[in-house]
Every structure is written in C-alpha cells, then in structure tokens.
Design a protein around this ligand. Structure first.
Ligand code: ADP
Ligand code: MG
Length: 555
C-alpha cells in the first residue's frame, strides 16, 4: 500500500502557514509570548515594562515598554520571519549581547493571534500602528515613546494548540513566573503586572544592594533572603555573583533555582551538576538549594543558538565553567568538617600512578555525561571517548561504556528477536551503502534473518543499497556502520548472540545520545538481569594494580 496514491506536486507553504508551523517551536502558551515580548523590550533598552494579561494571557497580552521603539517604515519588517536588527552575520552570534537574534518571535506570535503593534521613536511626533486587521497598512496614532505589543486570542486560528492551554490560573502562574525570572536578571528595569485589571506584581527598578535584595525577597521569599549568603567571585574574565541558600534552608523541589548567563535564564546540566556537587556535602539527599546566580562570561565562550527557546547553551569549556562554579559555591558554603572532594580527588589522582596523567588530559566533560545518583557516584569525565571515570566517596571507578552498552543492547535485541518482536524505525533519510561482493553474498543469504533483526535494505538501480530500517534499540549507534559490520561475516542463527555483541562493540556509538544514568543503573542492578556477570566485567574500582591492567586496554 502506498501512502500517496496520486502524483503529489511540491508547493511553497503560504507565509501564514509557515509562520504557524514555526510558531510551534517558540510559542507554546501565553507565557512564551510574554517571555519573547519582555526580551524584545529589554533588547530595546527599556527601563520600565508594563504587562497586562486577560484570562491568564489567553484572551489578552499587552506589553508596553519605554525602549527605543521601531520606526514606521520598519514596522512591517519587524513582524516578518527572519527579520532582526540584532545580528547581521553568523559571527555576530559569537559576540551576542542581545536576548533575541532569531528574528522569528513576532512573526510567530502574530501568525497565531489577533495582534497590534504601536511604536514611537524619539525622532517622530506620531506613533506608527500596525494590526492584524490591516496588516499592510501603517497608521499614525498618538502614543508615548516606546513600543506596545498586544497579542489577543492566542491560538484562535490553531485549535489544536488551543486545546493544550490549561486553566486560567495555571497560564497566569506561568506568565508570572516568566516575569519574575526576567526581573531577577535585570534589577535596573521596573516590571509591573496587571491581571484582569488588577495589579498583581510591582517590581520597581532598583540600583543598590538593599533594593536588589528586596526584589529577590519578593520572588524567593523573605525567609530565603534572611538566611542566604551573597556571593561575588571574579575569576579571570568570569564573574559569579548572587544569593545562595545555606545548609539549613533547603526545599523539596527545585522551583526556586535561578541561574543566568549574561542575563539570560539558563537550564543547563553542567551547571546544575556543578551546583549540586557543591551542595552535596551540606544538603541531605532529596533536598534542594535555593539560589539566584548570575554568571558573567565572555559571549564567545558560550553558544546560545542551541534551541529555539534559547534556554539551553553549549560551553566552549564546560569543565572550566563547572569547576569555577562548584569551587566558588563550595568556598562560600564553607567546607566545615566536610571533606574537600576535589582536593582529595586531585591528590589521589596524582599519587596513584603516572598512567593517571592520561586521565588529566581527558576530553572536556559534555553535559549529558554528568550523573551523580548511581552506585558509581558522580561521573567526573569521559576518558578516551569510551570510559566513564566515576567517583563514589573515596573510590574511583572506570566504566567501559562501549562494552556495557553493547551488552545491554545485544541482550535486549536477541531477546526480542527470539520473540519475533524487534521494533524497527525507518531512517528519516535512507542511507546509501556500497557493498563488497562478499557482503552482497551475506546479504542474500541472511536477508530474512536481518529483517527479523529489524534491519531492512533495498537495492537501488545503480546496484547500491539503501538502508531503510534499523532497530529502535540501535539508535545510538552509527547506522550504516552497523549494517556494514553485520554484513561482514555470514550470520549464523546458532551464535548470533556473540556475533551481535562483536558487531556492536565494533560499531561507533554516539556517547552523547546515551542515557548514562539508565546504563549505570543497569550496571548496578546485580540481580534480575541475565547478563549481570558479564556486566561486572564492565567496571573496575581503581586501585594501583588494576589501573595498569586497565590502561593496557585503552586504545
Ligand atoms: P528578534 O528579537 O530575534 O530580533 P523579533 O521577532 O522578536 O526577533 O523582533 C524582530 C525585530 O523587531 C527586532 O529585531 C527589533 O528590531 C524589533 N522589535 C521587536 N520588539 C521591539 C520593541 N519592543 N522595541 C523595539 N524594537 C522591537
Ligand atoms: Mg525577540
């Protein structure tokens, strides 16, 4: 059965539809609109921002700022997709000082709402107005300096999205949270919020320590401020400053944790880990710190263009950032009787053996590798793109991720193959493979077996092959390499388990996609898992003698 019976023709999507599709990425709910409009106001240099919401922002969102404004002739450009005044080349991303840069927020929100923009620049007497009713026609109106954007009836034309909106209170809370988050990044700007006509938040601009603490108290509570520490750590061209809770003030949830990089709120695993690591000695398990922290770093060393919502980042040197943050916080929190894990770790590493020097050249630690709650403790880094170096109290472990993953995948794979249950997924773009003669023979002989294993290849006219399906289980492996490796020896049903294990060990594994926490948990589970004795061979507690043995195995 073919999905498309008639001959399809390719058409360019109408602009409105393309914008609506793009809006799916950035505009999820009223709070996302509020966030984007606040960012625009801040980028425009506003010192006061007024937000008015109707019904949690679902019926109306109006953001008014006193920033530089938009000129009448640029108003329609502002709402065009990929139109921005903030960058001109991709290099500008490296020195980004604005919150926006993608030039799609206004286009996106306007495509799914009834919108109006009014703006006046200092040079003009009159303000310019553009709205959804007459989107081609700029009108002259009276208005104060700055910009007012109204976004009404969000998702009125995309019912599928509208269905995902929650109760008014919930949507309001999300908007309120967005505003508070921004307010903690920009003490020099006043934020005022009205909901259904009632003033619900007043955060006047402040410029001194007392004022800043008052604002933090308004968001995180007076109790927090009363017992928090204020910190300020400069280090080379970085600075970390803000408010952090001490050991006797913690929460069950992570809701009062605010971390900013150059004024942008960030949720980042490297940073979370650094902070948790610092608190680990002073907080009991299950308790969470409260903090408002600002990290100022050279924009060159952080990439914010990772995700459309710009909440995620990529650091040029994540290890450095991680250590700077955790050291600063540990220093602030005071070590007391607690052991300085890092110092202990360092001296331990140094004394053990010269081979340990290799560990000091480990690759930087990418975010997803950081795991702290497992039998193996904290994963400190990845060595030779294969082994996780982990620390649990004063024991270091080296864990062979490639072998452990291969064992895990092969045992699941074989089990589901025996049950005729292998789930496979189509490759979005089929991969073209050129096979050698022996590989072609192997393919011919074991085509059915391969299909049962969840792998499908089809022949092309040019006598190449297209790899179309691979098992879901193998998605972290390099697919074409996997297929080629499988075809390189004749597959035999009676020793397929060993064959598959070998193939997996030989195939490149994308460690960055690996769910390390899950893998470590499986490794720690000693019972209930058939291959546990094999798993035991995947990790070693490091002692001087075992180190030599392990380093012999390093590639
Ligand atoms: P971005 O912020 O990524 O540039 P937007 O779609 O949010 O994209 O905005 C497009 C452009 O409209 C901005 O680059 C800016 O020039 C202008 N603009 C938007 N909002 C404002 C505002 N409140 N004040 C002044 N200019 C604005
Ligand atoms: Mg913007």
């Amino acid at each position: 059965m073919s999905a498309v019976q008639h001959c399809p023709t390719i058409k360019l999507l109408p602009r409105q539809l393309a914008d609506q599709i793009a809006a799916g990425e950035v505009i999820e709910r009223p709070a996302s609109v509020v966030k984007e409009l606040l960012e625009n106001a801040l980028d425009a240099g506003a010192t006061r921002i007024d937000i008015e919401l109707g019904h949690g922002g679902m019926s109306a969102i109006m953001v008014t700022d006193n920033g530089v404004g938009i000129s009448a002739d640029e108003l329609s450009l502002a709402i065009a997709r990929h139109a921005t005044s903030k960058i001109e080349s991709v290099d500008d991303l490296l020195t980004l000082h604005s919150l926006g840069f993608r030039g799609e927020a206004l286009a996106s929100m306007c495509s799914v709402s009834e919108w109006t923009i009014i703006s006046r620049q200092p040079a003009s007497e009159q303000a310019a107005k553009l709205s959804y009713q007459l989107p081609e026609q700029v009108l002259e109106v009276n208005h104060a300096l700055g910009t007012r954007v109204s976004i009404n009836n969000l998702f009125h034309n995309t019912p599928a999205r509208r269905k995902f909106l929650r109760a008014e209170r919930t949507e309001y809370r999300h908007c309120d949270e967005v505003i508070k988050r921004m307010a903690l990044a920009r003490f020099d700007v006043g934020f005022y919020l009205k909901h259904n006509g009632k003033q619900t938040l007043r955060l006047p601009a402040v410029s001194d320590d007392i004022g800043r603490s008052r604002r933090v108290a308004q968001v995180c509570g007076q109790n927090f401020i009363n017992q928090s520490l204020t910190i300020d750590y400069p280090h080379n061209n970085m600075r970390l400053w803000g408010w952090i809770s001490q050991a006797d003030f913690s929460r069950q949830t992570t809701d009062l944790q605010y971390f900013y990089i150059n004024g942008r709120i960030i949720r980042d695993r490297v940073i979370n880990h650094a902070i948790r690591f610092a608190y680990q000695r002073v907080l009991p398990p299950g308790r969470h710190a409260v903090y408002v922290l600002q990290l100022e770093i050279d924009p060159v060393s952080v990439d914010v263009n990772v995700h459309p919502t710009k909440h995620e980042v990529r650091f040029a040197e994540s290890r450095l950032i991680h250590d700077f943050i955790s050291r600063s916080l540990r220093d602030a929190l005071g070590s007391g009787d607690a052991v300085d894990v890092n110092a202990m770790n360092a001296s331990y590493l140094n004394q053990v053996t010269p081979a340990m020097n290799e560990l000091n050249q480990v690759a930087q630690m990418p975010a997803h590798y950081l795991v702290s709650e497992s039998r193996f403790g904290n994963v400190l880094s990845i060595v030779h793109n294969r082994f996780a170096l982990s620390q649990q109290q004063d024991t270091l472990y080296l864990i062979d991720l490639v072998k452990a993953s291969a064992l895990l995948v092969s045992s699941h794979w074989i089990r589901s193959y025996k049950d005729q249950q292998v789930k496979s997924q189509p490759l979005l773009i089929p991969l073209r493979l050129t096979l050698t003669e022996p590989q072609k023979i192997n393919l011919k002989q074991s085509e059915l077996l391969l299909i049962d294993l969840g792998i499908q290849l089809t022949k092309t006219e040019s006598s190449d092959y297209l790899l179309r399906y691979i098992p879901n289980l193998c998605r972290d492996y390099n697919s074409d390499e996997l297929a080629i490796n499988l075809l390189s020896t004749p597959l035999q049903d009676d020793n397929i388990k060993d064959q598959i294990l070998t193939v997996l060990m030989e195939t490149a594994l994308d460690l960055s996609k690996l769910n390390l926490a899950e893998l470590l948990n499986t490794l720690s589970a000693n019972n209930g898992f058939t291959a546990s004795h094999e798993f035991a061979d995947c990790w070693r507690a490091l002692t001087e003698s075992s180190l030599h043995e392990w380093f012999k195995r390093l590639p």
